[in-house]
Design a binder for this molecule. Structure first.
Ligand code: ATP
Ligand code: ZN
Length: 303
């Protein structure tokens, strides 16, 4: 049994995660959720005074916005769409027969709805803000959290198919948003230190699809557009990205028509916390029973 499977099994045995029979789709116990709630309070302590506007979207988003985002160009392998039965009574009868016989795929006649699963917490934000008009000269800051879907089944408990991302998104001038990103890299390191986690920050790239994707990934790295804060969870040699710090230049501003008050295109950056990954890093580092965690860590999280 490899390291990853055994950590997942230990999490199941301890009742922290709940097996659903699908890799990467887990229930969470109250004890697991307590850690996430406490860590989100810590995020608020670090970021609360910045005055970000909070918005919470459900884990599904407008399919038209998703199409416009270009997600299917870059990450078709990760996307999840919501399909429903849209037939008449006759279609319903043949659907039930198909399910009963079990030979044919009963889902083949399901029709795409107007909803797709949210791939990252910030995706519904850009079209929402674009509708409001120009971004103020002093910039704009948003606080988001959402369950996100990515079709990447795995027995690594840190790679789930439905997981939560807390994000801060900043819009403004290049200097404004790159300063924002730098300040969260510093804060990220400080926060993890307070909860006793060993971190490294490194340049990174998104998992762009296919051969053309390799070029996009190299380009992203060469330009230092994405950094990750890494913490050992299932491997010390290959630590896991628990936060990411992304500078989109004016790409999202151009795509969504995000203009500044002076007419220039807004730059954007986002900082994402992988909430399950952070909880898993804490359980991996300090043990599966929070009562045994170092006093300083408990104090930071629960006062
Ligand atoms: P990875 O390189 O590990 O696939 P990513 O670059 O795709 O991650 P981002 O798109 O930057 O990740 O997402 C923001 C954060 O969400 C990540 O830093 C991570 O903490 C978390 N995250 C991403 N994918 C998963 C997943 N499958 N399961 C749990 N958390 C995830
Ligand atoms: Zn984002």
């Amino acid at each position: 049994m490899d390291m990853q499977t055994s950590f997942l099994d230990r999490l199941f045995d301890a009742g922290l995660l709940i097996d659903t029979g699908v890799d990467g789709l887990y229930g969470r116990s109250g004890r697991f959720e307590d850690v996430i709630v406490a860590f989100e309070r810590l995020i608020d302590r670090f970021g609360g005074a910045d005055g970000a506007e909070a918005m919470r979207f459900p884990p599904g988003m407008n399919r038209a916005f998703f199409e416009k985002s270009g997600y299917m160009k870059s990450f078709p392998q990760l996307a999840g769409t919501v399909h429903s039965f849209c037939g008449n009574e006759l279609d319903h009868m043949s659907l039930l027969k198909c399910m009963e016989v079990g030979e044919e795929d009963w889902t083949k006649d399901q029709k795409a709805t107007d909803i797709v699963l949210t791939p990252a917490a910030c995706y519904p934000l850009y079209p929402t803000v674009a509708k409001r008009g120009p971004v103020p000269a002093k910039g704009a800051l948003y606080d988001l959290q959402s369950y996100c879907f990515r079709h990447e089944p795995s027995q690594d408990p840190a790679r789930q198919q439905l997981f939560r991302m807390r994000e801060y998104v900043c819009m403004g001038t290049e200097t404004h948003v790159t300063d924002f990103r730098q300040s969260w890299m510093d804060r990220g390191v400080a926060m993890m230190k307070e909860v006793g986690l060993e971190v490294a920050i490194d340049v990174a790239n998104d998992p762009f699809f296919g051969r053309a994707g390799k070029m996009l990934a190299n380009n992203q790295r060469d330009q230092n557009l994405k950094f990750e804060l890494l913490i050992p969870i299932t491997s010390v040699a290959k630590p896991t990205a628990c936060m990411s710090f992304n500078y989109h230049q004016d790409a999202f501003g151009t795509k969504w028509g995000l203009a500044m008050e002076d007419g220039s295109v807004a730059h954007t950056a986002c900082v994402g916390f992988g909430l399950e990954r952070i909880a898993l890093a804490l359980f991996h580092t300090h043990g599966l029973d929070v009562a045994d965690w170092p006093e300083s860590v408990r104090k930071t999280l629960w006062g």
